[in-house]
Design a protein around this ligand. Structure first.
Ligand SMILES: Nc1ncnc2c1ncn2[C@@H]1O[C@H](COP(=O)(O)OP(=O)(O)OP(=O)(O)O)[C@@H](O)[C@H]1O
Ligand SMILES: [Mg+2]
Length: 468
């Protein structure tokens, strides 16, 4: 039996479909507008969407279909879509099949008809799911919600999320900027029992300290100048769900005390209020600081640190899990390629160049590089030279202690240095010059020129001139 979303602006139609589908044993949620359905599809995994084709408003049935089928759609699952249409618009529905609809139903239809189409769609979906699971297993890759990775480190992250997602345990996510902390927080939420409840995110570094208390806990009318009415806080908005406290290291010491109290008591007090109210909220916090060091120097409270750190998920920097680079690069190519209507391929040399890079900005930087390359490029294949922003990891040369009084031969020094690195790259690439070039962040042509100049091999005729 499936979990089904029904979208129709007409109430009678929604009710009719809901009754039919529930009678057949499915779970059904109905929505009067595609935008509402889409919001729900982001937080819960459904198998199937049955939507009316013509609806007033910005998004109609086709728009909804496209949004669901877009490769970059941040949905919790990838549901099949069945369109419902009046006889007169059947042509449009047929055209819609091109956008990936599973089938369409023409009004008026019989109950049997719906059930047959829906059963077939669910069967197909079960097959697709099974296939994907098999493929993933074979490739040793895992995906959880939108989180990708095949490295040991990411496998460990997936496992950990699997263990804790349905508890209320507080989670601390640590890692450098751009390693995916927010994505992991969302995965913990959407994989868990609280998925249908709100996920409320707040950046503790972005809100001025004076406002933060009222932001978190709410305030009473008249509690301070400007408090013209009662306002509920983020804790209230997240009731039953998850509150994500991003950049927790930025929280002032005063607020740390108040947050600790809220976590211990599971109760909060609005600014200016007398009574406390119960809040059942799961806390996920994230930081790119070394909180233990902050605790040691007195900038972060030890008691709050231990409360938050019941489970810690550490996201290693991308340079320490390079096995994830091909998978992520391919994912971003698809995502941005789809927006430009063409999905280019990475040449092996270009991939080697990416793998040699150390990504100080981590996954976010890789994402930006791919986005820029897709936007600026026009070819079908991305070559190393199309990745200008990517430099092979730079190592500082050993600087001499003191400048020799007799001076130095700069050309000679540079040439020696070049010799060392070209040799190392060739060794690393198993003698494959193309790969070595990629590892050095230079073009193949430039590589051949250097090899000749350094006396590794004879120059070809067209290599006599330095490359431009
Ligand atoms: N494992 C992953 N799979 C797919 N996409 C990822 C992964 N990790 C990160 N990303 C993407 O990289 C970008 C940065 O991730 P995110 O915002 O979660 O990082 P962060 O650790 O919260 O960074 P910051 O500390 O700067 O806030 C996002 O667009 C996210 O979708
Ligand atoms: Mg973040």
């Amino acid at each position: 039996m499936g979990e089904i979303v029904v979208v129709d602006d007409e109430q009678s139609m929604r009710e009719f479909l809901a009754i039919c589908l529930k009678r057949a044993g499915h779970t059904v949620e109905t929505f009067a507008a595609p935008a509402l359905a889409l919001a729900r599809l982001r937080e819960h995994r459904f198998d199937l969407v049955v939507t009316d084709l013509r609806m007033p408003g910005e998004l109609d049935g086709i728009g909804l279909l496209k949004a669901i089928k877009s490769p970059s759609a941040p949905l919790a699952s990838d549901p099949e879509v069945i369109l419902v249409t009046a006889f007169a618009t059947a042509d449009t529905a047929l055209a819609a099949m091109k956008h990936g609809a599973y089938d369409y139903l023409t009004k008026p239809f019989k109950v049997d008809e719906i059930n047959t189409v829906i059963d077939r769609a669910l069967e197909k979906r079960a097959l697709v799911e099974e296939n994907r699971a098999l493929r993933d297993e074979v490739a040793g890759r895992v995906r959880l919600a939108n989180l990708l990775g095949k490295s040991r480190a990411m496998h460990r992250v997936f496992e950990l999320i699997g263990k804790i997602h349905s508890t209320r345990t507080s989670v601390l996510i640590t890692g450098e900027s751009g390693t995916g902390k927010e994505l992991v927080a969302r995965a913990v939420h959407t994989e868990g029992a609280r998925a249908s409840r709100p996920f409320v995110a707040v950046n503790c570094g972005a809100i001025p300290e004076a406002l933060m208390e009222s932001e978190l806990f709410g305030h009473k009318k008249g509690a301070f100048t400007g408090a013209v009415s009662d306002k509920s806080g983020l804790f209230h908005e997240a009731i039953g769900g998850t509150l994500f406290l991003d950049e927790i290291g930025e929280l002032s010491l005063g607020l740390q005390v108040k947050l600790l109290r809220a976590l211990q008591e599971r109760r909060v007090k609005a600014v200016g209020a007398v009574d406390e109210t119960d809040v059942d909220v799961r806390i996920i916090a994230a930081t790119n600081r070394d909180l233990e060091a902050e605790v040691a120097r007195g900038a972060f409270r030890a008691d709050l640190y231990y409360r938050l750190n019941v489970v810690e998920i550490q996201l290693p920097p991308l340079r320490q899990r390079k096995e994830d680079i091909p998978l992520l690069a391919e994912h971003f190519l698809r995502k941005f390629g789809a927006e430009h209507g063409r999905i280019p391929r990475l040449s092996p040399a270009a991939l080697a160049k990416l793998e040699a890079y150390d990504f100080p900005g981590n996954v976010r930087e890789l994402e930006n590089i791919v986005e820029r390359t897709v936007a600026l490029g026009s070819g079908e294949t991305i070559e190393p030279d199309d990745l200008p922003a990517v430099r092979a990891t730079r190592t500082e040369p050993d600087a001499p202690q003191a400048f020799p009084p007799e001076g130095v031969d700069l050309e000679r020094l540079v040439a020696d240095y070049e010799h060392v690195w070209v040799t190392r790259a060739l060794e690393h690439a198993g003698g494959v010059r193309k790969k070595a070039a990629a590892l050095l962040g230079i073009s193949f042509r430039s590589m051949r020129y250097r090899l000749a100049k350094l006396g590794f091999e004879k120059a070809n005729e067209d290599d006599d001139e330095p490359p431009t």
